[in-house]
Design a protein. Structure first.
Length: 291
């Protein structure tokens, strides 16, 4: 029997209540503070716009060593009528093992009866099936450590957006960069620019997270890969993930369409051996004022 959007959202909230009872400890179940209230407001007055899709993260302890595996969940408005978007990740997994784990998880969820709530089932499956992948990852790491000369690659992404204003978006950007051990910066305002550098799998994960589910007017303009023997840290141009906010041109009062001073931004790039990126981002050659 087909369900309405309201019925689907009510079921999603019931499942969240169930998960909260299963994971009551701080840090086990993470959801944006306004996610559930926004759905509740919509259910009280369904004439308004649909609320944002419900998105949350569940931290699981796997095996006797209690290795952390996170299950990231994004629910379409019509879930459980349509399948949820699930992604399991762990710092203890290499990229290939993580891909294999998620392929198996997706296959398992697809085999369940359609129209049924399945996040709790996904949680149990991840707890029961992650250990072999973690053990394989550990074994391959130990083999790699035995090699005399290990090569690593620093991955650097230059991301351009029409603008970056929203506090919740900036919060996601900074939290993701910190979590994934990425350095770089976020230039707030119009235009918005993000640079992240670190391991490629972490940069790719950052790009997936901040675009997810749907950030319009954003593109990755340029990627740099630098191979080295040993640690990539010596190749980083930035020592932390910085919050850049340059003074805007003109006096626009309370308007929210102010433009950043790109002259100051160019100077910042040159101080970090990245002046060449200005033309890649904006299509014009950057020139500093003589003043």
């Amino acid at each position: 029997m087909a369900l309405t959007v309201q019925e689907c959202l009510e079921l999603q909230l019931l499942e969240v209540e169930m998960l909260l009872s299963m994971f009551p400890k701080r840090g086990e179940f993470s959801v944006d503070a306004d996610a559930v209230p926004s759905i509740q407001r919509y259910l009280r007055n369904a004439d308004g716009a649909l609320p944002p899709q419900l998105e949350y993260c569940i931290a699981l302890d796997v095996g006797e060593a209690k290795v952390k595996v996170e299950l990231q969940v994004l629910l379409p408005h019509m879930y459980p009528q349509v399948a949820p978007q699930l992604f399991a990740r762990s710092d203890a997994l290499h990229r290939q093992q993580q891909l294999q784990l998620n392929t198996r998880l997706t296959s398992h969820i697809s085999s369940l009866d359609p129209g049924e709530l399945c996040v709790c089932e996904a949680v149990q499956w991840v707890k029961d099936n992650s250990l072999p992948f973690l053990e394989n990852s550990k074994a391959s790491s130990e083999c790699a450590a035995e090699e005399v000369r290990v090569k690593e690659t620093l991955h650097r992404m230059w991301i351009y957006s029409h603008h970056i204003y929203r506090q919740e978006l900036r919060k996601k950007i900074f939290e993701s960069a910190k979590k994934l051990n990425l350095t770089g910066f976020c230039l707030t305002g119009k235009p918005g620019v993000i640079c992240v550098e670190g391991l490629q799998e972490n940069c790719d994960e950052f790009w997936r997270v901040i675009r997810y589910p749907n950030w319009k007017h954003i593109s990755c303009k340029h990627v740099e890969n630098i191979e080295t023997e040993g640690s990539i840290d010596k190749l980083r141009l930035f020592h932390s993930f910085e919050d850049l906010q340059f003074q805007a041109h003109g006096d626009y009062g309370l308007r929210n369409d102010y433009h950043m001073d790109l002259g100051q931004f160019l100077e910042f790039l040159k101080q970090h051996q990245s002046g060449h990126v200005f033309q890649i981002l904006f299509g014009v050659e950057g020139k500093l004022s003589d003043n």
